[in-house]
Write a protein that binds this ligand. Structure first.
Ligand code: COA
Length: 172
C-alpha cells in the first residue's frame, strides 16, 4: 500500500489518512483523556471513522486535511497534524491542527510538523494567513503556535466555549 505522502521533515512524514488509521487514531489519541483534555470529550470508534471520512473529504475538496504524522524512518504512528478550513466570524481561515500521542510529547514533534504545514500553506498554496484555534488553558498548544511565529489576535466564541485565535500572515 502506498499512502499519499504530503510533507516530509527531518524526522516526520505527514501522509493522507486512510481507513486503516482508525485503530491508531482511536487507541492512541481519541480514547486518551490526557490527549483529549481540551476537547468536548473522547471520541468512540464510530466517531473516529467519521473523523477519517471528514478528513478524506477535506483532502478531496481543499487539498488539505489533518494528516497522519509518522516516524519517517520506522513508520511508527506519532499523531496527526495538518490544515483544516475553519469558519471564523464568517470567513474561511486555514487552521493548523496538531495532536500527538501522549508518549511522544516533549520531543519537538508538534512544532516540527506545524512548521512544515505553515511553510506548505504559505509557499505552496499561497494562503494569506494561517491560524490556530486554541482553548486558552492549553499552554502546550499555545507554545507550539508561538514557536511557529503566530500571535494571539482575538478570542472568539466557538464550539460553545471561548477560543483563542492565534494567527500569522503569509511570508510575502
Ligand atoms: C499540544 C501538543 C501537540 C504539543 O506537542 P509536543 O510534540 O509535545 O510539542 P513540542 O515538543 O513541539 O513543544 C513545543 C513547545 O511547547 C512547550 N510545551 C510542551 N508542553 C507544554 C506544557 N504542558 N506547558 C507549557 N509548554 C509546553 C515545549 O517546551 C516547547 O517549547 P520550547 O521549544 O520552548 O521548549 C501535545 O501536547 C498534544 O498533542 N496535546 C493534546 C492535543 C491538543 O491539545 N492539541 C492542540 C489543540 S489546539
Amino acid at each position: 500500500m502506498n499512502a499519499k505522502t504530503k510533507l516530509v521533515t527531518d524526522r516526520i512524514r505527514l501522509r493522507c489518512m486512510e481507513d486503516r488509521d482508525q485503530a491508531n487514531l482511536f487507541g492512541q489519541l481519541f480514547n486518551d483523556p490526557d490527549v483529549m483534555k481540551y476537547y468536548s470529550g473522547l471520541k468512540d470508534k464510530r466517531q473516529t471513522c467519521e473523523w477519517v471520512n471528514w478528513n478524506q473529504r477535506n483532502e478531496k475538496g481543499y487539498g488539505v486535511s489533518l494528516w497522519i504524522a509518522e516516524d519517517k524512518r520506522t513508520g511508527e504512528f506519532l499523531g496527526q497534524c495538518g490544515i483544516v478550513p475553519q469558519q471564523i466570524e464568517n470567513q474561511t481561515v486555514m487552521e493548523i491542527g496538531y495532536m500527538f500521542a501522549r508518549r511522544h510529547w516533549g520531543n519537538g514533534y508538534a512544532q516540527e510538523a506545524a512548521r512544515a504545514c505553515l511553510d506548505y500553506g504559505f509557499n505552496e498554496r499561497q494562503f494569506g494567513k494561517m491560524a490556530a484555534l486554541i482553548d486558552p488553558g492549553n499552554k502546550a498548544s499555545i507554545r507550539v503556535a508561538e514557536k511557529i511565529g503566530m500571535h494571539h489576535s482575538k478570542t472568539i466564541r466557538k464550539w460553545n466555549k471561548q477560543i483563542a485565535v492565534y494567527e500569522r500572515k503569509s511570508y510575502n
